[in-house]
Design a protein around this ligand. Sequence first.
Ligand SMILES: [Mn+2]
Length: 441
Amino acid sequence: MTHDFFKDLKPIQYEGPDSNSSLAFRHYNPDEIILGKRLEEHLRFAVAYWHSFAWEGGDPFGGLTFERPWHPQDNIKNAYLKADVAFDMFSILGQPYFCFHDADVRPDQGNFPDNLATLNEITDYFLDKMKNQKTKLLWGTANMFSHRRWMAGASTNPDPDIFAFAAATVKSCMDVTQKLGGENYVLWGGREGYETLLNTDLEKELDQMGRFLSMVVDYKHKIGFPGMILVEPKPQEPSKHQYDFDVATCIGFLRKYNLENDVKINIEQGHAILAGHSFEHEIALAVSEGMLGSIDMNRNDYQSGWDTDQFPNNTPEVALAYYHIIKGGGFQTGGTNFDAKLRRQSIDAEDLIAAHVGAMDVFDSLRRRRVFGEGERFRRRRTRTFDQRYHGSDEENVRYDERKLVRGANHELASGVCTNDEFSFDGGVEESGERVFVERV
Ligand SMILES: [Mn+2]
């Protein structure tokens, strides 16, 4: 330990399901082999620097509650102290990854050159620490929503100077992500959206966003960044309407601007809930389109309607999320980031550890083979009839399938269930050996 913030807390150990300690793993054993792989390698847990160390406990009704020794966060000395405590926590938890924004790790000095200098300085300090412990960088990102300069967006801002500032900011964050060996770079469209269409040219702003993301991809190739570029959907908050609404919207956007081969998606459970989806819907859709990158495993309260960023504690939801991730081949460069914050009354240092330990323990769900075994059998059974009849892809199979389709259709007609119109794709009715009224064009 480099600081006494966590006092004499020892690294968290796996003690098994009978343990009564909130500072021990009861279910998460990183070395356990499940489906042929160590649990740690399946799950790839990451701690989020911002909620754990930069967030001060404020909400829309009140400010700081945590009173950490690295407050106020407006000078480089406290940024070093914060880094010491963060890496102490990483060694206590033993999780393999962390994630950060530029604004989490350096003080904000209000101008680009000074912010860049302190970002480079503090990430050099990270690099030294990472040589001595196993924690790696899952992804880096830029905070382009907190400072007042971003009030009207970053890449979609109507002021070209802000667009340029955003481009320089992302470049600097990609540079430090690469320096630290980051495995992904994430863009969450904080204020890329609008409050009212009466003052917003939606088409133009989407083109600006597409142009910006193309520049990000070009820069990735220019510097040879081996990681994946990810965008993160969210339907609203802070904007009334965010352009990256959900997974389907992001896929459409990426395809429109020819970015789908270079950019994948980071899916957050809380954002899925805000969009009116379940987490597993968003994951399954991304998997089916080959677009899953990584996940933020933090949930919302279903009654509040806010993005409450709570640690996961719902085993069935987590089990279903992982069912689709594993079925899709598991994470490649992605992982499980806890973009989750304590409740603002949880002011003890130990609470930070206990919250992460509890969240990691929810992944007991991976052990639930019923989800992987019976779930898959149910799914296959439901589509079996269709798969058996209409499996054909060559011309012969298609013709064979059509005859079956026609027989089926005639049967329905005979029973009076369907009308000719409903089955007549091209309006043609033909009498031959068999009645055929579906013709291939
Ligand atoms: Mn969130």
